[in-house]
Design a protein around this ligand. Structure first.
Ligand code: GLP
Length: 241
């Protein structure tokens, strides 16, 4: 695991965006695994700016997002479908037909999860998987004790995660309880992983991921097994290392 510690949030975001941009320049038909969350907002801003100012093209890129809340339709303002359109897809030249997220309102979420995993394989696998980290060490929505051998499936969200994400919803009760998430094993199959974490609130989880034992209690520690994983941090997120 390569750990890069940058002086501040802006520098960390720029570094992660640079890795994405280089991947797309080297392979214009790259398959990208994408993440959501507050951490990724400035990164998508940076990529949209590179598209606008430097001509970085996503026209040939295929994307698979990590997760989606169960029960939310793609046009729900709190869905990750909506987040991705607003923060990234609508701001670049990506072909919407090549963008994929798990279907949160699928009539059979279990079958939809299996199909999603198979679709990633059929696309040739992920070239670059972008990841954030939850304060409890989750990646995607693989919550603590998620099997390190898991594939895309339904996960129950912990109370901590629901509290952390409550800010996007009208109330705690309206914050979804379940999500479809790409599994830990599916994530590990990506040819390259880049995890971006910024801010002191992530310091404990980052410590568990980098210096803790390999354990399902901290799903992000599974990245210790990955031959090409890069963790990009600002000083605050690295402060417990
Ligand atoms: C969310 C997402 C994760 C994300 C994490 C951190 O709930 N499911 O993919 O990495 O939690 O989010 P944030 O960047 O807002 O702290």
């Amino acid at each position: 695991m390569k750990v890069l510690i940058l002086p501040d949030q802006q520098a960390a975001v720029q570094r992660a965006a640079e890795i994405v941009a280089r991947t797309v320049i080297a392979k214009p038909d790259a398959v990208l695994g994408l993440a959501t969350g507050g951490t990724m907002l400035p990164l998508y801003d940076d990529l949209a700016r590179r598209h606008r100012d430097d001509g970085l093209s996503f026209a040939g890129v295929t994307t698979f997002n990590l997760d989606e809340y169960i029960g939310l339709a793609p046009d729900h303002p709190c869905s990750y479908h909506h987040y991705m359109r607003e923060t990234f897809f609508d701001r670049v030249d990506i072909d919407p037909a090549r963008t994929h997220l798990p279907q949160g309102d699928a009539p059979d979420p279990r079958a939809a999860s299996l199909e999603y995993d198979a679709l990633i394989t059929a696309a040739g696998g992920i070239d670059l998987q972008l990841l954030g980290i939850g304060q409890n060490g989750h990646i995607g929505f693989n919550e603590p004790t998620a099997s390190l051998g898991s594939r895309t499936r339904i996960k129950t969200l912990t109370t901590d995660t629901r509290r952390a994400n409550q800010r996007y919803f009208a109330s705690f009760d309206e914050t979804p309880r379940y999500a479809i998430t790409v599994g830990v094993a599916t994530i590990l199959e990506a040819r390259k992983c880049v995890l971006l974490a910024t801010g002191e609130a992530k310091a404990k989880a980052v410590f568990g991921m980098v210096e803790g034992p390999l354990s399902a209690v901290c799903p992000a520690s599974a990245l210790q097994l990955h031959p090409r994983a890069t963790v990009v941090l600002d000083e605050a997120a690295a402060s417990a290392l």
